[in-house]
Every structure is written in structure tokens, then in C-alpha cells.
Design a protein around this ligand. Structure first.
Ligand code: DBV
Length: 250
């Protein structure tokens, strides 16, 4: 395996977005830009570094990355884009995880309204050819939490590559393709003005962030490294911060 496995993904994403959109910084709460811990004892002692990046644009409320680096057998990049609430855009969601047990990859444009045929036509159809071309190299990863299914599109890439080269080549290629397709959707997006529709978007976004904050699969890991106070504040105050953001606006 390779340390810094996901660094090229993160660098690519930021550079690509910077090139195509007008990125502005997104505030990261103090203490969360970078966090280090020493884990293990004696010869097995090692460092785990978690760094955060945040951006926003006129159409995207939060573009954020959490990057965990703890040596060859612990590399995580969780990269999510949350559109502003007056756009019906899907979320861009990438969960790229390397643990001692192997690689686990989730990549999707996560729909607000999974079962709405016109929504699917607008936001999933354009991605399906990409999905088809990548899934032949990235077979379905198996067991998947049932309650998470409503949050994924039919173009969901979920795979557990055996080889690191597959991550570096195939997964990286899929990540680039999904990101550029996403940017095209963003560029084409028009603001929603209908109050009924705006309410539905807000509810769908809240459903999504509440689910992800509650079920965050990294909670256990972060709690072990950095304690529960830091972890809960990181989850609710940065990773999935929509509720707090709405709260502070009254
Ligand atoms: N996952 C996150 C964030 C992470 C993160 C913010 C910053 O949402 C990392 C870090 N994901 C992470 C880690 C693991 C997973 C697993 C460390 C391994 C946990 C472990 O094995 O100890 C997609 N990620 C997973 C799993 C799924 C996802 C399905 C396997 C969990 C399981 O089998 O129970 N992405 C994840 C997910 C949603 C999503 C659940 C739901 C909408 O978008």
C-alpha cells in the first residue's frame, strides 16, 4: 500500500474546481483545520493526522474534504459537495477509505429525490454511461447498509479493490469523470424559486445530513484518536454542518 494514497485525488479536485468555478474559502472552525494524535504503544506507536479543506461558490454551499493520514494502512479521503438550498443539484459524495482490511470506495452523485423519475432523468441519466464504463473495472463491493440506500443513485460506484494500483488508476479515473460531470451539472443549474420546491429541497438536504451525521462510519475511529468532544464537534460543526448553519441564521 501507499501512504498519502488520496493526496492526488484531493489536489486534483481542488485544482479542477478552482479552474472551473469561482471558489471562495469556507470557514473551518478553529481547531479543525489540522489535528494530530499519537496512537498505539512502543514500537507500534504512530501518528494520525486529519486535515480539513473547505470552499464555497455562488451555487455550492460547502465543498469540503476530510483527509486522514495514518500510514500505509490508514488513509481516508471523505470529500462531499453540498449545494445551496435554492438549487436542486445532487450532492457529490466520495468516501475513499483504506484500512488494514483493504480499500473501500464509495463514489456517487447522491440524489435529493431518488425515486422521482424526472429528477433521475435530469441528474442520473447523464451519469449512467460513466457508471457503466467504470463499473466493469470496479465490481460491486457487496454488503451495504440498507438504511443508506435511499441516499444513493443508480450510478453509485461501490467497490473494494484488492490492489492499490486499482485505486490509483481506475478509481482515480472514475473520480475525475464524476467530478467533471458534476461540474457540468453545476454550471447548468438554475436557481429554484418555487416555495414548495424550495421547502422540499431543504427537507431532503436535512434528511441527508442528519443521516450522515448520525451514522458517520468514521465516528468510532475519530473518537479513538481525538476523543468524543472533538469528534462530535467536527461532525456537527464542520463535516455535516447544515443544521448548525441554519440554526445560527435563526
Ligand atoms: N465516512 C464519512 C466520513 C468519513 C468516513 C465523514 C472523514 O462519511 C470514513 C471520514 N467510511 C469512513 C471510514 C469507514 C467508512 C465506511 C473510516 C470504515 C469504517 C470501518 O470499517 O470501521 C459510505 N463508508 C463506509 C461504509 C459505507 C460508506 C457504506 C461501510 C460502513 C458499513 O459497512 O457499515 N458514504 C458512506 C455512507 C454514506 C455515504 C454510509 C451514506 C449516505 O454517503
Amino acid at each position: 500500500m501507499v501512504s498519502r494514497l488520496y493526496q492526488p485525488f484531493l489536489e486534483y479536485a481542488i485544482a479542477y474546481l478552482q479552474e472551473h468555478l469561482d471558489l471562495q474559502p469556507y470557514p473551518i472552525p478553529p481547531g479543525f483545520e489540522s489535528k494530530q494524535a499519537t496512537v498505539g504503544k512502543g514500537q507500534r506507536q504512530s501518528e494520525v493526522l486529519t486535515t480539513s479543506k473547505g470552499f464555497q461558490t455562488d451555487k455550492l454551499r460547502q465543498i469540503r474534504a476530510a483527509h486522514v493520514q495514518g500510514g500505509e494502512a490508514l488513509q481516508v479521503l471523505n470529500f462531499v459537495i453540498f449545494p445551496r438550498l435554492n438549487y436542486d443539484l445532487p450532492f457529490f459524495g466520495a468516501d475513499l477509505v483504506t484500512l488494514p482490511g483493504g480499500h473501500l470506495i464509495a463514489l456517487d452523485m447522491q440524489p435529493l429525490f431518488r425515486d422521482d423519475p424526472s429528477y433521475q432523468e435530469k441528474y442520473t441519466q447523464p451519469i449512467l454511461p460513466l457508471f457503466e464504463s467504470h463499473k466493469q473495472h470496479l465490481p460491486w463491493g457487496g454488503d451495504f447498509p440498507e438504511d443508506a440506500q435511499p441516499f444513493f443513485s443508480p450510478a453509485f460506484l461501490w467497490t473494494r479493490p484488492q490492489k492499490t494500483e486499482v485505486v490509483q488508476e481506475r478509481v482515480f479515473a472514475a473520480f475525475q469523470d464524476y467530478l467533471s460531470a458534476y461540474v457540468k451539472l453545476v454550471q447548468a443549474a438554475q436557481p429554484v424559486e418555487n416555495p414548495e420546491e424550495l421547502l422540499q429541497i431543504k427537507q431532503a438536504q436535512l434528511r441527508y445530513v442528519r443521516y450522515r451525521a448520525e451514522k458517520d462510519p468514521a465516528r468510532g475511529m475519530f473518537t479513538r484518536f481525538y476523543g468524543s468532544e472533538w469528534t462530535e464537534e467536527y461532525i456537527h460543526g464542520f463535516l455535516f454542518d447544515l443544521e448548525q448553519t441554519l440554526g445560527s441564521k435563526g
